[in-house]
Design a protein around this ligand. Structure first.
Ligand SMILES: [Zn+2]
Ligand SMILES: [Zn+2]
Length: 338
């Protein structure tokens, strides 16, 4: 099969490799119908994460089950499935508490920018749709495997409720999906922080009621101005940089919540500032698996359409062009068809 490898920063190649096979009886092999490039893949692509040896890349996927191990019972060959970027058993105490990305037996799934993928712990990890979804729903279903699930978790972690005032820091695919989540959870006011016209437009389409282009202290001042001087009830941090985290903390009202889902790079939090802010923080790798059944229903019902974040679709062989377009911010998110 063909599979995407990262050799070094800026060097993405598609290679022919042997097809994956069942290794453990809890595995499933899926034929990838759609996969994509993640904002977090760009950390490797830009050389911000240590490069290491050439390795397969890609952790977002939707596909059709091709083969299952002897102990798999929840999915069967021929079913269309979506799963999270961490495999989880679904049975340990952490999974039962809803934090499947910290499963005691979790395994990171990498190598999905390919024709086939081996998914460990298939029963706990994969969710099948009832029947084969129609083609136009595939991008939205694919988005559930990370960005939409992650945006949803940001909103849940920040305790967005009916009537809440929400600010979203970050206008990448996750930030845009966080706007959808805030709207679905009943937020009355959703302030999207973005300075790019095309992303502002999508944020508004997804439910943002206000747009703030300012950043840093000016951005905080704008949020305060829009919220009667006190800050937002819930702030969803979808970037992971020191400035964005500080902006999130300072834009939240006392007693409010920050949900942070941007993978932190160099973020330090001042304990004294946090203490006096009265702001609660919850974040981490989103337990996407917890939300999949509900989010699949919302996509199939046509209530949400997170697939709109894909503004570039390429055949797998042109994956390098997808990385380049996202790196240069010419594309929000690139979908790949193997
Ligand atoms: Zn991702
Ligand atoms: Zn578990």
């Amino acid at each position: 099969m063909r599979q995407t490898f990262i050799y070094k920063p800026g060097d993405i190649r598609v290679e022919n490799v042997p097809d994956p096979g069942i290794v453990s009886p809890t595995d499933a092999i899926i034929r990838i119908v759609a996969t994509c490039v993640c904002g977090s893949d760009l950390w490797d692509y830009r050389g911000i994460n240590p490069a290491g040896e050439p390795h397969p890349i890609g952790h977002e996927y939707a596909g059709v089950v091709e083969e299952i191990g002897g102990e798999v019972s929840a999915v069967k060959p021929g079913q269309f499935v979506i799963g999270s970027f961490f495999a989880s058993d679904g049975t340990c105490p952490i999974c039962r508490a809803g934090y499947q990305t910290s499963c005691l037996h979790r395994e990171f799934i990498n190598g999905c920018q390919a024709e086939l993928a081996r998914i460990p712990l298939a029963d706990g990890t994969l969710v099948a749709t009832a029947g084969q979804p129609s083609g136009e729903l595939i991008p939205s279903l694919l988005a559930l495997s990370d960005v939409m699930g992650t945006g949803w978790y940001a909103a849940v972690a920040a305790e967005v409720k009916p009537g809440s005032t929400v600010a979203v820091v970050g206008d990448g695919a996750v930030g845009l999906c966080a706007v959808i989540a805030a709207r679905e959870l009943g937020a009355e006011r959703i302030i999207a922080m973005s300075r790019h016209a095309s992303r502002q437009k999508l944020a508004a389409e997804f439910g943002a009621t206000d747009l703030v282009a300012e950043r840093g202290e000016e951005g905080v001042a704008r949020i305060k101005e829009l919220t009667g001087g006190i800050g937002a009830d819930s702030v969803l941090e979808c970037v992971g940089l020191p400035e964005s985290m500080q902006q999130a903390l300072r834009s939240t009202r006392p007693g409010g919540n920050v949900g942070f889902v941007g993978v932190p790079h160099g973020v330090q939090i001042d304990g004294e500032e946090l203490f006096y802010s009265h702001v609660a923080l919850r974040g981490g790798p989103a337990p996407v698996r917890r939300f999949l059944p509900d989010l699949i229903d919302r996509v199939l019902d046509g209530r949400i359409n997170p697939g709109k974040v894909f503004d570039l679709t390429l055949p797998l062989d042109q994956v390098a062009g997808g990385y380049r377009a996202m790196d240069e911010r010419r594309a929000i998110k690139a979908l790949l068809r193997p």
